[in-house]
Design a protein around this ligand. Sequence first.
Ligand code: PLP
Length: 340
Amino acid sequence: MRIFTAFAAGMAFWLCGASQGMSEARLNVLCGVDEAWCMTMEKAFEARAGIDISMVRKSTGDILDQIRAEKSHPTVDVWWGGTGDAHLQAASEDLLDRYQPDHEHDMLPWAQNFFAMSGSRSAAIYAGALGFAYNSDLLSALKLPAPTCWQDLTKEVYRGHIQSGNPNSSGTAFTMLATLVQLLGEEEAFRYMAALNRNIVEYTRSGSAPVKAAARGEVLIGISFMHDAVTLKEAGAPLVIVAPCEGTGYEIGAVSIVKGSRNAGAAQAFVDFALSPEGQATGAAAGQNQVPSNAKAALPPAAPDITMIKMVDYDFATFGLSDERSRLLTRFDTEISPTQ
Ligand code: PLP
């Protein structure tokens, strides 16, 4: 009975959102997760709420840059997906609206902490650990040893065999930079990045491109979120997924309403849907393997067990600051690899 009441209340909200949506323009959503999930979520929300969405996939840093550039005339209503430290940076720059989502009380503790840290401007939708993956067919063909640690990736045998995202555009790659700073200390982390740079064949705009290239056998090793690699392995790619032996960092993916959105009712309905068990199930439906933030949402069966991974106590408060992001990116551009 209580379940039915809650369900009916949820329906009423979405229907209310739908009627607001119909009188408003279509909802503009920038999507930071994998393209497949962006499309599944778009269809699911449109079917549930009857609100038309324009959903565009971009990398995390590119979304942050667009929202900053449009501060005085926002065209985006919702930023859904992408690494949470960039959402926190936007919150600290007053680019996001406060909103208390319907399902916030059902969120896991790490998600509730994230929401509090954002000043009620950004809600966690999933978590996932950073790692890397290598193509086992290529590894055998090249007769190379299997890498198991971050330090292995700097060895000369892997010269020209590694792809990573560029941290300016890619939230995945920024998570890596921040992770190494936390694991090794900043000076040592930059020495590590300089050594790794000698083995990098390309810095890609998107963070999932490296592991997709490894899945296709175009490169041996891709640095990525482990859940991205799991999705490709499940689809048959000959990938071995590595949780680096020294420990690793993780992301909290988030959803936020852009300050000045002209579709506030529809944007709020979208956030509520994104946090609901039904909205969170769209990830698994699209073959994704992140850990959902809602305690009532089902864990995708192949999702990496993040409690078994040696993890840094990721400092979202520090790495969610805009000045810290700019400082680290400037150091990356000047000392490691100039961004074109
Ligand atoms: N792909 C997946 C599955 C993710 O969870 C995330 C981050 O939230 C990204 C990609 C990030 O993309 P990018 O590194 O291009 O910003």
